[in-house]
Design a protein around this ligand. Structure first.
Ligand code: NAD
Length: 401
């Protein structure tokens, strides 16, 4: 048995850390979008990810603020689903038709879907060896690399969230053939990020629950990943201490300012953590559940998180114990007790925000399992602290049906 006071934090004495050049965080700070956009260019292509924000004139107001600072706004796309190859290819071809290049930027306002679409559009506007993003995606296509810098991106997340505003990848789906893969490059980190938690107030309760659990999963998985690093680990400790007591409040009362602020900050930290440390089993399986059973990303992560923690507890007991105080809100004398309490607290949070415990309840069918298992071994799974062979993953998922 490991005694907590004897646990020393894992420390990697050599590392890189990537993050956006400028992060502007705070309630109402979207009003600075014009002056911040002007630092990146003078024509801004807007990608919008929420009809609600369009209806409430937030997007129109954004355009006005850009104009006031001498930046020409051009509405180029909107998206309310997780982006697909075709969405990216269409956006890139529109950008090329409009001669996008020097002096131009993209502004994405929306959840992970809109930010990822814009990120991929920025990259494909300048990297033109193939007309389709598929050829640049990890594990599919012909493996082209992004040789040229993407157009600069100003990202404004409206969910809390994927943390995509601070990561170097865009997740792109395809339903024929079936895959959900990343376009990834150090060059893809958004240049400027405005996190205005007031934009999150209109997010419906269910989406608040799914996206919030995604952030919590990212904070935990990056902390115990094989690629875990000291800076992201410090971010995870703060992120979890903010998110664990706030997610239920944000779901129950979308107008709870403090809860929205804390979740927005935790999500931002989760993005920086995952971009630098990688993830693990829950994020390995989540895209497979998305593509084969159409499960929204955050929901898939949330359902997988307790089992991923249990699966890894044998090799990461000390690290999970280090997270226990932030997640459970109290100290523990022994690591084994801390690990059990952490998994139970995560299950309790899932119950309180309405996350089902079984795969059957989220629409997964037994006959889909072989394909789900095959599609689970991407970049995220490679960060898992222990190898999980296909037959073990199959039995884990069968027990979750
Ligand atoms: P989302 O962007 O798909 O948004 C979910 C729903 O909420 C959509 O219908 C959207 O229109 C709506 N919405 C967004 N903001 C709103 C607001 N303020 N008010 C009302 N409605 C609003 O969901 P998401 O979970 O933020 O993003 C999911 C995508 O991000 C997935 O494709 C996932 O794989 C990807 N992802 C990317 C990264 C990365 O680092 N690039 C990390 C994790 C997940």
């Amino acid at each position: 048995m490991i005694l907590l006071r004897k646990v020393t934090p894992t420390f990697q004495p050599a590392y890189d850390f990537l993050c956006p050049q400028r992060i502007v965080f705070g309630w109402g700070r979207r009003e600075q979008v014009g002056e911040l956009a002007r630092t990146l260019g003078h024509r801004a292509f807007l990608v919008n990810g929420s009809r609600t924000l369009e209806r409430s004139r937030v997007v129109e107001d954004l355009g006005e603020r850009l104009k006031k600072e001498g930046v020409e706004p051009v509405e180029i796309g909107s998206i309310a689903h997780e982006p697909e190859v075709e969405d990216v290819d269409n956006l890139a071809s529109r950008l090329r038709e409009l001669g996008a290049g020097e002096g131009d930027l993209l502004v994405a306002i929306g959840g992970g879907s809109a930010i990822d679409l814009a990120k991929a559009g920025c990259a494909m506007a300048t990297n033109t060896e193939s007309p389709t993003v598929k050829d640049y995606l990890e594990g599919v296509g012909v493996g082209l690399a992004l040789e040229k810098d993407p157009l600069p991106l100003l990202a404004m997340p409206t969910t809390a969230g994927t943390g995509s505003e601070a990561t170097k990848n865009a997740v792109i789906s395809s339903y024929d053939p079936l895959f959900k893969k990343s376009l990834r490059s150090d060059r893809m980190v958004p240049r400027v990020v405005i996190v205005d938690p007031e934009l999150h107030v209109s997010v419906p309760a269910k989406t608040t629950a799914y996206t919030g659990m995604d952030a919590i999963t990212q904070l935990i998985e990056s902390y115990i990943s094989v690629r875990a690093k000291p800076l992201p680990q410090a971010l995870s400790l703060q992120g979890l201490a903010l998110a664990a007591p706030s997610i239920v409040r944000a779901v129950k009362d979308g107008g709870d300012r403090e809860a929205r602020e804390r979740m927005a900050h935790a999500a931002l930290l989760s993005g920086m953590a995952l971009a630098n440390s990688g993830l693990g089993m829950a994020h390995g399986v989540a895209p497979a559940l998305g593509i084969h059973s159409r499960v929204p990303h955050g929901l898939a992560c949330a359902v997988m998180l307790p089992v991923a923690l249990r699966t890894n507890s044998g090799v990461r007991a000390a690290e999970i114990a280090q997270l226990a105080e932030g997640i459970c809100g109290r100290k523990f004398a022994r690591a084994a007790e801390a690990v059990d309490a952490t998994v139970e607290r995560i299950e309790q949070l899932c119950d309180e925000v309405g996350i089902p415990r079984t795969l059957g309840e989220i629409g997964v069918r037994r006959e889909q399992l072989p394909a789900i298992v095959k599609s689970s071994y991407g970049n995220s799974m490679s960060g898992n602290p222990r190898k999980i062979p296909e037959d073990e993953l199959t039995s884990i998922l069968e027990r979750m049906l």
